[in-house]
Design a protein around this ligand. Structure first.
Ligand code: MN
Length: 276
């Protein structure tokens, strides 16, 4: 058994994206540019409508996947191919942008709390130009397991305690878990040894992850290994995400993530020519 440890800690950076949505960017900022295969992690959380009401109007994506996990509030996602997804509390949308689409993400409320995450997951070179694919997952389709006393886990992707998350067919073989720890709870999680992995505390004040303290709004980059330990003195929730690193060149320009600069120029030209 190889225990993972904390390699580094990163705090989210306050910023805005879309048409002015305030959010905390945790991966995809100067302190943590990427964590192969993860390109970006945003936490959005506000009960002030002015912080989110303008949403994310039409924007392109090519070459990667966007994963939205809603904790509170309602968003509608749509694209120029006619796809629509209504995302309410506890739901997940795993969107494989592939060759490209023009996407929008707009709030469906004018007041109240809007809270959730968006993660960007890279695609291998061989899959960057595949047809777009959506996995829209309502809350009731996400298994909830109790792998130890005082530990409740929603399994979005990966396997835990006999449950398999509903997200399927993803190249990077992701593990995506929402882990709720009661006060005094502890638990050891098995993970694929070579996967990149991070933990992010998003509720409560802190937790002990991989043997070290982790404060709310702090992300821990974890070492390689097959086990991660969790403990909490007070109730906390932790997002644990892992995936197979691609170890391929990354050429990145905003919402286009390819392998070479030439492919980025092609993406921009295709977008301008209306080929998305
Ligand atoms: Mn989008």
């Amino acid at each position: 058994m190889t225990q993972r440890t904390i390699v580094r800690r990163v705090r989210g950076m306050d910023t805005a994206d879309g048409a002015g949505v305030k959010l905390k960017r945790v991966i995809g900022q100067p302190a943590l540019d990427m964590l192969d295969p993860f390109l970006l992690l945003d936490e959005f959380r506000s009960d002030q409508a002015g912080d989110y009401i303008e949403g994310f109007p039409d924007h392109p994506h090519r070459g990667f996947e966007t994963v939205t996990y809603m904790l509170a509030g309602r968003m509608q996602h749509g694209d120029n191919k006619g796809n629509r997804g209504d995302l309410g509390p506890g739901s997940v949308q795993w969107m494989t942008a592939g060759s490209g689409l023009i996407h929008s993400e707009m709030p469906q409320q004018e007041a109240g709390l809007m809270w959730g995450f968006q993660l960007w997951v890279n695609l291998p070179a061989s899959d960057k130009m595949i047809a777009p694919r959506y996995q829209d997952i309502p809350p009731g389709d996400i298994p909830v397991v109790q792998p130890a006393d005082g530990v409740t886990v929603r399994v979005v992707a990966g396997e835990l305690a006999g449950a398999t998350g509903p997200v399927s067919g993803i190249a990077t073989q992701p593990v995506y878990l929402d882990i709720a720890l009661d006060a005094g709870a502890r638990f050891d999680l098995s993970l694929p040894e070579g996967h990149s992995a991070f933990a992010y505390v998003f509720d409560g004040t802190s937790a002990t992850v991989a043997g070290g303290p982790l404060a709310r709004s702090e992300l821990a980059v974890l070492s390689k290994g097959d086990t991660v330990s969790f403990a909490a003195d007070e109730a906390a929730r932790v997002l644990l995400v892992a995936g197979r690193p691609l170890d391929e060149p990354v050429a990145r320009y905003g919402p286009f993530v390819m392998n070479t600069p030439a492919q980025i120029h092609e993406a921009i030209a295709d977008f301008r020519a209306g080929k998305f």
